[in-house]
Structures are given as C-alpha cells and as structure tokens.
Design a protein around this ligand. Structure first.
Ligand code: FE2
Length: 187
C-alpha cells in the first residue's frame, strides 16, 4: 500500500552516520537489526520495524524518559505514514527491554553499557499490571523478538546488506525514497 511518505533515506544520510556510544553507527545498527529479522524469516512489516526501530534518535535526538522516549517519538511520525504494526513495534521496543529485564534476571547482564544506562532513564522494571498488559497484546511476541535483534545488532565487524536492499519494502510501505549516490546508502 502506498502511503503519504517518510524520507527514511534522507534521515539515514543526514544522521545515520552518527555514533551513539555503541561500536556501530545508527545506520549500521539499523541494518544489522533488519538483517537479523530477515534471517529469522520475519514478516515484511516486522523487518521494516526492525530497520526503523531507532529513527526516533534521528528525528528527535533528546534524552529518554519513561513517558517520552525515542520509540514514542518515532511512533508519532510512523502512525501517519506506516502500517500500524510497524508504528506499534517501534514504540514498544523500549518497553520490551523493560519487560525482559523484569521477567529475566540474566537479561540485564546481556545489555550493552549504553543500553543499561538508557534502561534507567526509560523506567527500568515494569509493574505487574504493565507486564500483563504487554503480554496480552497481539504483537507482544514480535516486540520481544525485535528487542532481541536490537541487542544483537551492535557488532562492529558484522557485514550486512546496504539500505537499498530494503528499497522495495521501504517504498511499498512509505512511498518513494530519494536514493543518493556515493553515500554508502546505495551499495
Ligand atoms: Fe536499537
């Protein structure tokens, strides 16, 4: 379905080279996350959510709080231009981290130092009713899978497909993109 449009390529060209404390750039992190989703044979909308899950950092580079974090900032934009499952998953990948910390005591130790710091800002453990509410959602399992891909997508030496490998998916869901040569986006 063609939508009103979101210039994802422009976002990644302008800000995707930015490092954010991890050993990969925002673009590398997005591409690794989407690659994990594709390798796990996730549905197209879930792959798209994996690719876009951190664009909130590019759209609005401010600090996270429990009630206004980068997932919410991205979802506010995506709800108008992307399938609803994409927007929901992008919004809830932050809550999924808090969920995993709550139900699995070992999970926190697997987080990168940056992710552990942001966890504190995002609100840390969920309350019992928040756990139940998340688990009851139809897309809960996808949010947890996305979170696991997110955590695995911080490997500096990992080679993965370029952004243009997602051209069909991006343009089907978000409208035509401005592909720019010689930026690393197109190869
Ligand atoms: Fe991420």
């Amino acid at each position: 379905m063609s939508r009103a449009g979101l210039d994802v390529v422009g976002l990644f060209v302008d800000a995707g080279r930015r490092m954010y404390g991890e050993h990969v750039s925002q673009l590398e992190h997005a591409l690794q996350c989407a690659m994990h989703a594709r390798r796990d044979r996730a549905a197209d909308e879930i792959v798209l959510a994996a690719l876009l899950h951190d664009i909130g950092h590019l759209l609005e580079p401010t600090g996270d709080t429990p009630h206004h974090h980068h997932g919410i900032a991205a979802a506010q934009v995506l709800r108008a231009v992307a399938p609803s499952r994409v927007a929901w998953l992008v919004e809830h990948h932050v809550v999924a981290k808090r969920y995993l910390v709550t139900i699995d005591t070992r999970y926190r130790e697997l987080l990168s130092p940056v992710s552990r710091t942001s966890l504190t800002l995002q609100g840390a453990e969920l309350a019992v009713d928040e756990v139940a509410q998340l688990e009851a959602h139809a897309w809960f399992g996808d949010a947890v899978r996305l979170r696991r891909w997110d955590d695995a997508a911080k490997q500096p030496e990992l080679v993965c497909e370029p952004l243009i490998a997602y051209r069909s998916l991006l343009e089907t869901c978000l409208g035509p993109q401005r592909w720019v040569e010689k930026t690393g986006i197109d190869r």
